[in-house]
Design a binder for this molecule. Structure first.
Ligand code: ZN
Length: 419
């Protein structure tokens, strides 16, 4: 399936890539790319049995800012300050440093590249920010020299995501170039999280033609990968009265499930654009998985006088399945969630004078409807740099209910008779 042209980040920065194979994890591919790129001793290469001679200069980093958490939606987030110090430790009496720079990179890797085994199709890098710490030769004495850095990371950046189709990671990549041409490198992964403040509850209405049944559902505006959440539902229009009798729907079965939909538009590198029909196009992949499901056995009340069924239950993602948070990038990577509620209702008939003497008519229906669930990290994991500003809510409570838009999501099927 071929996607529409999509805006792509220009590749501002290119690294030499290893010959990667599909069965390696994306994390290790990224690390290998870094190792290969680095001319100095690979920082994370612990397997090497050789003890290399001490370099004239080593680079280290102290991060001073709290873990990066963007509050609110990409449109409303004020971002997060990232700050720290790069430490250049000179082990010789004097060295001359020609250049010292650091890049903040966003790296997207896919498990489904347009051209198999092509590193440029597999991985894309985007420069988020660059610090020019030393731009002209400078002589440094023995000892530790510190270079503070800071940047307000823009709040629209998508959060670090490790999905089934693609991963998005952020890295700091510092390079010190000595006067003899030697390059000392330092790499560090930076995890970016997003937390959306819970606002007002979401109210949605679904109708189930041709029946008279209507479901009004109250859901939290956001949910979290860990922890349960309440769902309140009222099914109305369950009774139809005639002169001396009543037909009514009885709820027989209630199930819910949460589906996670991942999408990724795999871009083609300049050599393989022909495979996707031109520049700036890609191949859309999607992956849907179940991250929770349960049958609700109890907890609903039928009121045949009012014609309503009220029910309240709690749902949660299965933590063991490592649910992802909702996210979306400009280049076609996204994660979204849906809550699907399925009800089986059976029809029965009762004389009005003896409403408790009901007889099943044998008719039954399956009512199915779905709601978007926004999965986000819990807020309160860090301190927002602008915490003194009042929070801005992007999601205004849905009022009136949004059922017009999502009407087609409700469905009614004939069910096999339950009795
Ligand atoms: Zn390619």
């Amino acid at each position: 399936m071929q996607g529409e042209p999509l805006p792509m980040f220009p590749p501002v920065y290119s690294v030499e890539h290893p010959n990667n194979s599909r069965n390696k994890s994306q994390e290790s591919l990224v690390m290998e790319a870094f190792k290969r790129h680095s001319l100095g001793r690979a920082h994370s290469d612990k397997k090497s049995p050789k003890v290399e001679p001490q370099k004239a200069v080593t680079v280290n980093m102290v991060v001073e800012s709290p873990p990066v958490v963007f509050y609110n939606s990409p449109q409303a987030s004020s971002g997060a300050i990232f700050s720290g110090q790069l430490q250049l430790d000179v082990h010789e009496p004097y060295v001359t440093l020609d250049m010292f720079e650091m890049k903040f990179l966003a790296i997207t890797s896919t498990k489904k590249p347009v051209h198999a085994h092509c590193p440029d199709c597999t991985q894309q890098e985007t420069l988020v920010h660059k610090w020019d710490l030393v731009t002209a030769p400078v002589s440094l004495r023995h000892g530790v020299h510190t270079y503070p850095f800071s940047h307000l990371l823009p709040g629209h950046l998508p959060a670090t995501t490790h999905g089934a189709l693609a991963t998005l990671d952020y890295y700091l990549d510092a390079v010190a170039t000595m006067s003899n041409g030697e390059k000392i490198t330092y790499k560090r992964n930076v995890d970016i999280k997003r937390a959306i403040f819970p606002g007002n509850e979401k109210h949605s209405v679904r109708i189930f033609p041709p029946t008279n049944l209507t479901a009004s559902v109250k859901l939290p505006p956001v949910i979290h990968p860990i922890g349960d959440f309440p769902i309140e539902m009222r099914l109305s229009g369950i009774t139809q009265n005639k002169a001396d009798s009543q037909t009514r729907w009885r709820l027989r079965k209630l199930n819910w499930r949460i589906e996670e939909t991942q999408k990724f538009v795999a871009p083609a590198c300049s050599k393989h654009t022909a495979k996707v029909g031109g520049e700036g196009k890609g191949i859309l992949h999607d992956d849907v998985r179940l991250i929770a499901n349960e049958e609700v056995k109890t907890g609903w009340k039928s009121d045949f006088t009012e014609g309503n069924i009220e029910c309240e239950f709690r749902a949660a993602c299965n933590v063991a399945l490592k649910p992802l948070c909702d996210m979306e990038t400009a280049t076609g990577m996204s994660v979204k969630h849906n809550l699907i509620i399925e009800m089986v209702v059976a029809e029965e008939w009762a004389p009005l004078k003896k409403p408790n003497q009901a007889t099943p008519t044998g008719a039954a229906r399956v009512l199915r409807t779905q709601f978007h669930l926004h999965v986000t990290e819990r807020s309160g994991m860090g301190i927002s740099w602008d915490e003194e500003q009042p929070p801005v809510y992007e999601d205004v409570p849905a009022s009136p209910p949004t059922y017009m838009k999502e009407l087609d999501l409700a469905s009614v099927d004939d069910a096999p008779p339950l009795l």
